[in-house]
Design a protein around this ligand. Structure first.
Ligand code: 9D3
Length: 248
């Protein structure tokens, strides 16, 4: 498998994306050519000499609206250069989910449109945008951080990026559950020991302890997730035992 992805981003703040270029898993993915990231600044596609990308809303009211022509120029150039499906990061979109991330990760290319101000001229959205996505119900100042959130979530699914074939595999073992608690050296920290099962070297015992902890943490903190997930016989009995120990 030689899966790679091209992501074109349309933003008036291209330098914000230095954050994903320069750090962590996204930096490694770019280095290894698993990810290609291209920025398109709408200001480079303006007609006027002042490079204006926003104007006042027709009908009046507060704030400014992003103009269609510079955005259309940027999006169409991204598309000609090999860009894919256009996703507009928007507070009005459906919430981004892990399921959506997994599906989008199979696309060979995406164009991400990050807006600023009060929003984008509706005619541009109707002409050029294939899908809208929000990252949650809170108000940000623009779509750049949401676009970077999506990029980081997608990169985890590109094979061979940073030992991630393994972490995506562990994910399916505990899909729909919270993580189990993690421990590393030293074995004793301020009178608190590492849980005994983790020190046995018995892989089956460790697997069962971790699954039990994942089920227990999910039951305690996110019962909504448990309600959405079928439990098999082993999982039901591990959770039952976690609850009995918790009540004591
Ligand atoms: C929801 C408030 N809007 C009505 C007055 C104005 C508005 C505020 C902030 C319109 C756009 C924005 C900028 N936000 C995004 O571009 C954005 C976003 C967000 O704010 N929260 C969660 N996900 C996203 S994706 C893009």
């Amino acid at each position: 498998m030689r899966l790679s992805m091209r992501i074109d981003v349309v933003s008036i703040f291209p330098q914000m994306f230095d954050a994903v270029r320069d750090f962590g898993m996204t930096r490694i993915a770019l280095q290894n050519e698993k990810l290609r990231l291209e920025l398109w600044d709408p200001r480079d596609f303006c007609q006027d000499k002042y490079r204006r990308v926003d104007d006042r809303p027709y009908g009046g009211g507060p704030g400014m609206v992003m103009m269609a022509p510079p955005l259309a120029g940027a999006i169409r150039s991204a598309r000609s250069a090999g860009g894919g499906k256009v996703i507009y990061l928007s507070p009005k979109g459906p919430r981004l989910t892990q399921e959506r991330v997994q599906i989008l990760a199979t696309e060979p290319a995406l164009v991400l449109l990050a807006g600023r101000y009060e929003g984008v001229d509706q005619r541009l959205l109707e002409r050029e945008v294939d899908e809208e996505l929000s990252i949650g119900d809170y108000v940000l100042a623009g779509g750049e951080l949401p676009a970077m959130v999506l990029i980081e979530a997608l990169v985890r699914y590109l094979p061979g990026v940073l030992g991630n074939d393994d972490s995506v595999k562990t994910e399916s073992f505990s899909a729909g559950l919270l993580d189990w608690p993690q421990y590393t050296r030293p074995e004793m920290f301020e009178d608190v020991e590492v849980p005994a099962p983790l020190l046995t070297g018995n892989h089956e015992e460790i697997r069962r302890w971790r699954l039990k902890q994942a089920l227990g943490q999910t039951w305690l903190r996110r019962p909504d997730l448990l309600a959405q997930r079928e439990l098999n016989d082993e999982e039901r009995s591990l959770l039952e035992s976690f609850r009995q120990q918790y009540e004591k």
